[in-house]
Ligand binder design. Structure first.
Ligand code: SF4
Ligand code: SF4
Length: 151
């Protein structure tokens, strides 16, 4: 999850806009040749699973920030920030390939997000979605309302 692995050595003439299915890849082809470098355009970090109103308030705060989202996968919660790696070129190739971080070197296309049908178990984009979800899974909030009382 996170960074990428596009080689500067991938044949640029193969970036055609046509996006084959993973299973239709021909021998010698690499998925990254047909991808918009999806995995170089965000980073995601695991976070504690929210279990209380206080925990959900942190999630709500994350999502008040531009380009921040939260998702879950296999029971783990992640903070996801949509932000392009500064090494990613306009041609969707890595311009820092020789010195790319270890996480990029270890990442593989085996389970990457190339496929457009890939979905999250849960995905939160707005503070309001978090509030609604918390209301659905937690007992009613005791005490203070979400709004600060007017003076
Ligand atoms: S998402 Fe997959 S196919 Fe696309 S650049 Fe990253 S590793 Fe390659
Ligand atoms: S260093 Fe290169 S491979 Fe790694 S995320 Fe940035 S552009 Fe992608």
């Amino acid at each position: 999850m996170a960074a990428t692995r596009i080689s500067d050595t991938r044949p640029r003439e193969r970036i055609t806009g046509r996006k084959p299915r993973r299973e239709d890849l021909q021998p010698g082809e690499v998925l990254c040749q047909y991808c918009s470098a999806k995995c170089c355009r965000y980073f995601a970090l695991p976070i504690d699973e929210p279990k209380s109103w206080k925990d959900f308030e942190y999630i709500r705060w994350y999502l008040l920030h531009d380009r921040a989202t939260v998702f879950t996968e296999d029971g783990t919660w992640y903070l996801l920030v949509h932000t392009k790696c500064r090494h990613l070129g306009d041609d969707n190739l890595c311009k820092g390939y020789e010195t790319r971080p270890q996480i990029c070197r270890e990442y593989s296309t085996d389970k990457c997000e190339y496929d457009d049908t890939w979905v999250y178990d849960r995905y939160f984009e707005t503070p309001e979605q978090v509030e609604e979800y918390a209301e659905a899974v937690l007992p009613p909030r005791k005490g203070r309302d979400i709004r600060t009382p007017k003076p």
